[in-house]
Design a protein around this ligand. Structure first.
Ligand SMILES: Cc1cc2nc3c(=O)[nH]c(=O)nc-3n(C[C@H](O)[C@H](O)[C@H](O)COP(=O)(O)OP(=O)(O)OC[C@H]3O[C@@H](n4cnc5c(N)ncnc54)[C@H](O)[C@@H]3O)c2cc1C
Length: 478
């Protein structure tokens, strides 16, 4: 650390006292996120009041200290890893949640977890749909910064669709608020949406007002099995074409099903072992769900090899536990995973299924794939053994081919995880020079000294070449 940074940290300690931790253990714990690549910061600051964030950023600007904001560190992309050292802002203590039950809004601190927000809303008859699988750990600040999604995306949308207003600090340390707690706001540029998905590079969110919707009164779950992936994805398209919008519609390819079957010791669909499946849930009012049920059953009859309705809450839970278990179970196939969250336009579903078959064959790697077919956001998991140079090279070639193909099909290199460090080699496949140039110009305008989360998004980093910490995080499946 430079003498200037040491002086800055000393000043910070004088201003914020015990909220600044420079201990070896504290700095190590904040040195990595779920990507498990470690870069030591010089201090970790845990704001207790939103204004503390302003103090940190003002000082960081004065002394040009890099600042990395951290929610829970569940990002798989390395976006919360303090790659240039400096200070880490740990937002977990700003976790207040207040539900405005009349207006259908939640006023939340950036450190509130998504799971706690959902429960607080539910207790008052409201529903906050965005539901990343990490929701018991991840924070709303992290969700906003990554524009997190989850299984409800197809029907309800992602985090962006539920943000009414944001407040926080510009990288220069000035307080700003984008919008107010009103459902309509047309005063000035919409910089709220610029902050959503900006991965902590354009400012720090300290609080948000979220939109809630009435809690659905009824739910209904159906599991369907198909002969192969092309048949399953074709059937999914037929369902949406019929104007049916399930609350959740999850696809698991053969390899994902086999992983879940090995992990649970049970057949996902009795009598149809190893077949790709679609698991769907309808949600809404009693009458809405009842009406749609018949339409979905006749769709299943005509399209699927087999189908079964969940008959009880326990059966519903059992079906969803299959979906939750498949990801962790993939580590049977390799000790390393390139976990890609690409998006494929619906018109290209079958073409993409055929491409995946070729990719598996050519790379000779297992590539179990599952995901949200209602919005095209598929999790393609390239499994390999890190110590095997041939497999590592094959994985690198496969991910490049995957990204090129997805972009050529009119899709996206990320649907919900963002760019961070891990997706930097592919950003320029998605965006041309003018687009990347515009993003860099915005970054320079709001963060002239380049202190907020530097080294992310635009610098190309091949994250899989870095050594990974051999640790187990609370949210790891295995
Ligand atoms: C098991 C598992 C399952 C997952 N499932 C999903 C899923 O279904 N859908 C999905 O979208 N993602 C998923 N993720 C990814 C991850 O959980 C999300 O990206 C989540 O939004 C990150 O939240 P976090 O609080 O952990 O943020 P962090 O990981 O701490 O940070 C993520 C990014 O947000 C920035 N940031 C954090 N807080 C703030 C703030 N207050 N202001 C400004 N910037 C901030 C950080 O600088 C960083 O760039 C999963 C991850 C795991 C490990």
């Amino acid at each position: 650390m430079s003498a200037l940074h040491t002086a800055a940290t000393r000043q910070l300690k004088r201003r914020l006292g015990p909220r600044v931790d420079t201990s070896k253990e504290g700095c190590w714990a904040a040195s990595f996120d779920s990507s498990k690549i470690s870069f030591l910061p010089a201090a970790v600051i845990t704001p207790r009041a939103e204004a503390d964030v302003g103090v940190v950023l003002t000082l960081a600007n004065k002394y040009c200290v890099p600042v990395t904001v951290r929610g829970r560190g569940t990002t798989l992309m390395g976006s919360a890893a303090p790659v240039r050292g400096g200070w880490v802002l740990d937002m977990l203590q700003l976790d207040k949640i207040v539900i405005d039950a009349d207006a259908g809004m939640a006023h939340v601190g950036a450190g509130a977890t998504t799971g706690n927000i959902q429960r607080a809303a539910d207790a008052q008859g409201w529903f906050y749909p965005p539901d990343p699988s990490s929701k018991e750990y991840c924070t709303i600040g992290g969700n906003i910064a990554c524009n997190a999604g989850g299984m409800h995306g197809g029907k309800y949308g992602v985090t962006r669709d539920f943000i009414i207003s944001l407040r926080g600090y510009l990288p220069t340390g000035e307080f700003v608020q984008w919008g107010t707690a009103t459902k309509k706001f047309a005063a000035g540029f919409n910089l709220r949406d610029l902050w959503i998905g900006s991965e902590g590079m354009l400012g720090v969110v300290t609080g948000a007002v979220l939109k809630l919707i009435p809690k659905p009164a009824a739910r209904w779950t159906l599991l369907t099995a198909f002969t192969d992936e092309v048949a399953a994805l074709k059937a999914a398209r037929a369902l949406f074409r019929a104007r049916v919008q399930p609350a959740i519609c999850e696809f698991l390819d053969r390899e994902s099903v086999l992983c879940a079957e090995r992990a649970t010791g049970k057949t996902v669909f009795p009598g149809q072992a190893g077949r790709p499946v679609i698991l769907l849930e309808l949600a809404g009012s009693m009458s809405e769900v009842d009406d749609l049920k018949f339409e979905v059953l006749s769709w299943a009859q005509s399209q699927a090899l087999a189908y079964k309705e969940a008959q009880s809450r326990e059966e519903v839970e059992e079906l969803w536990s299959v979906r939750r278990k498949c990801s962790g179970a993939m580590f049977e196939l390799g000790d390393a995973k390139l976990n890609e969250d690409i998006v494929v336009p619906m018109r290209n579903y079958e073409k993409f299924a055929k491409f995946l078959t070729r990719l598996k064959r050519d790379s000779k790697l297992p590539i179990p794939t599952f995901g949200h077919v209602a919005d095209g956001n598929l999790h393609v998991n390239i499994m390999y053994h890190r110590a095997d140079p041939k497999e590592t090279k094959a994985a690198e070639t496969a991910v490049q081919k995957l990204m090129e193909t997805v972009v050529a099909m009119g899709g996206a290199i990320s649907g919900e995880h963002g760019i961070g460090l891990a997706k930097t080699p592919f950003l320029r496949l998605q965006h041309n020079k003018a687009q990347v140039g515009a993003m860099i110009a915005v970054k320079k305008a709001l963060d002239p000294r380049g202190i907020c989360n530097p080294g992310k998004m635009f610098d190309v980093v091949r994250i899989w070449k870095y050594p990974k910490l051999q640790i187990k995080l609370p949210w790891d499946h295995k």
